[in-house]
Design a protein around this ligand. Structure first.
Ligand SMILES: Cc1ncc(COP(=O)(O)O)c(C=O)c1O
Length: 395
């Protein structure tokens, strides 16, 4: 009999991490691979944030802290919610974890009973369904169409809600599509949710600051009738190029926040004290580089989208946020190319063209692939040339 638990058998390793690892191994074996699989900014953590961490170390800020975050960081988070989202939270409505990932994991562990359903619009971030499964819940995947810019519509949401629905996950701007929900779109979903009083909403706002074309960010907790049922997750990983520091946070109903802290107290305890000090500076310090970096991402987005749409057989929407695009590869899945699935496409692209991307099916929608353009323009130019050469020889 296997030593591995039944609950672990329900889940699979993260496919995005697997692609990044494969590209790393190919590189180590001497291959000239361009990795467009990773979900992290290529920029460095800003210097003022690094200095705050060094100061914290030198001043002995190296001990256990309050399990769910230092008062200083919680205050900075409360201020952020107030200034940027017009949301008021007291400190006991805020929790800090080791990355947004841990906060979400704890939230599901803290709230799901066997059979509870979680509505997950697809394409989705790869970890949502597996986290739900691990917590004993049931992911209810709702496929969203390219015609709707891969976003959930009120009609689909209404149909998806059942007596067992505990959570709806919203992620805007989205990983993997980059699509952001407008205020109107959120309001139309909210109408459905206001009628269904039992559904809680988990809003994953981790890409809030990476947005383009004057896209106005709006988060569902701003709808006052839903605030008491919404857990808003955010973090410093993407906005402040701090993926390795592992600080994420959430704000929401006190009972959920307390339950998340309880799990954390029996698992990891507090997130790193040094990283928390750095996160205080990230939130309270200058924000000027956010715009500069978003401008750099925008140039890359435009280059990638324009170039991809020139390749026969590929169609790519122009998203208004995050650093991903989600083009279709359906034009290449046929008898002539002998490619049946997006996974076949992605695998052959890696083998023949040395470009690593992730298949759409990993995000719950077949026939697409995700490109992360959080890499240098030089890399992107090379990668696009290779993709073009590869696709021309396929069709
Ligand atoms: C949509 C989404 N949510 C949450 C996370 C978790 O981020 P972190 O744990 O680095 O804070 C990621 C990271 O890739 C993400 O893409």
């Amino acid at each position: 009999m296997s030593i591995i638990s039944n609950s672990l058998k329900r889940i699979k390793p993260s496919p995005t991490i697997a692609v990044t690892q494969k590209a790393r191994e190919m590189k180590a074996a001497g291959k000239d691979v361009i990795g467009l699989g990773a979900g992290e900014p290529d920029f460095d953590t800003p210097i003022n944030i690094k200095k705050a961490a060094i100061k914290a170390i030198n001043e002995g800020d190296t001990k256990y802290t309050a399990v769910d975050g230092t008062p200083a960081l919680k205050k900075a988070i409360a201020k952020k919610f107030k200034i940027e989202n017009n949301l008021n939270y007291s400190l006991d409505q805020i929790t800090v974890g080791t990355g947004g990932k841990q906060v979400l994991y704890n939230a599901f562990m803290a709230t799901l009973n066997k059979g509870d359903e979680v509505i997950i619009p697809a394409p989705y971030w790869v970890s949502y369904p597996d986290m739900v499964l691990l917590a004993g819940g049931k992911p209810k995947i709702i496929k969203c169409n390219e015609e709707d810019s891969f976003k959930l519509t009120a009609k689909k949401l209404k149909k998806a809600i059942s007596k067992k629905t505990k959570w709806l996950i919203l992620n805007s701007p989205s990983n993997p599509t980059g699509a952001g929900y407008s205020k109107d779109e959120i309001e139309s979903l909210a109408k459905v949710l206001i009628k269904n009083k039992k559904v809680h909403i988990l809003s994953d706002d981790i890409y809030e600051h990476i947005r383009y074309d004057n896209f106005n960010f709006f988060t569902i907790a701003q709808i006052s009738k839903l605030k008491d049922r919404t857990l808003t997750m955010n973090g410093v990983s993407k906005s402040y190029a701090m993926t390795g520091w592992r600080i994420g946070y959430a704000a929401g109903p006190k009972d959920i926040i307390k339950a998340i802290g309880k799990i954390q107290s029996q698992s990891t305890s507090n997130p790193s004290s040094v990283s928390q000090a750095a996160a205080v500076e990230a939130l309270n310090g200058t924000q000027s580089f956010i715009r500069e970096r978003s401008d750099a991402f925008k140039k890359r987005r435009d280059f990638v989208v324009n170039s991809l749409n020139k390749i026969k057989g590929i169609k790519c929407l122009r998203p208004n946020g995050a650093f991903y695009v989600f083009p279709s590869c359906k034009g290449f899945l046929n008898k002539k190319t002998k490619l049946k699935t997006d996974s076949d496409f992605v695998q052959r692209l890696l083998e023949k063209a040395n470009v690593a991307v992730v298949q759409g099916s990993a995000f719950g929608l077949d026939g697409y692939f995700r490109i992360s353009y959080a890499t240098s323009m030089e890399n992107l130019k090379k990668a696009i040339e290779r993709i073009k050469y590869f696709c021309e020889r396929l069709s």
